[in-house]
Design a protein around this ligand. Structure first.
Ligand SMILES: [Zn+2]
Ligand SMILES: [Zn+2]
Length: 157
């Protein structure tokens, strides 16, 4: 992260004025609870806390003012995470890992993808164009064929 420390004392420096006295990471007041696609749901502070000295924090209007836009952005972000959780609850699967046609088991123009639902893993092939759409397609929304996976010796789930 972009923090800077005083060369001689090692103290954290203010992002704004460079002073190293009374500088703290000004923790975000907004949090989000992540979705389950990358591991257990985790509550995170919305932004990386800026390091500020007391004077600069005061000048910026205090911690609440500093993070005032974070609340709305965090709410938007939370709505997206919650929507993914709802889809997982409904049995949907999300892309967790992918292998391009550089891989011996993946035909040209295709992508091998590992999809995960709440309870299952499945390897599939799809066209590279479908995979490249943003956001990545959920399993029910894309045409796929079963795939043996990156290791041909590993049976598909
Ligand atoms: Zn400062
Ligand atoms: Zn914030």
């Amino acid at each position: 992260m972009g923090y800077c420390n005083d060369r001689s004392t090692g103290a954290l420096c203010c992002d704004k004025c460079g002073a190293s006295e009374g500088v703290r990471k000004r923790t975000c007041t907004a949090t989000v609870l992540t979705d389950n696609t990358g591991g257990p749901r985790t509550r995170l502070r919305y932004c990386i806390p800026p390091a500020l000295c007391a004077a600069c924090l005061h000048e910026l209007g205090g911690n609440a003012a500093l993070h005032k836009d974070c609340k709305d952005r965090a709410a938007q972000c939370q709505a997206e995470y919650d929507d993914i959780e709802r889809q997982l609850d409904a049995g949907e699967s999300f892309a967790a890992a992918a292998w391009g046609s550089w891989h011996a088991n993946v035909p040209d123009g295709q992508v091998g993808v590992l999809y995960r639902s709440r309870t299952a893993r499945r390897y599939v092939l799809m066209s590279a164009d479908d995979y490249d759409s943003s956001p990545r397609p959920v399993l029910s929304a894309v045409a796929t064929t079963p795939w043996c996976g990156p290791d041909a010796n590993e049976p598909p789930f």
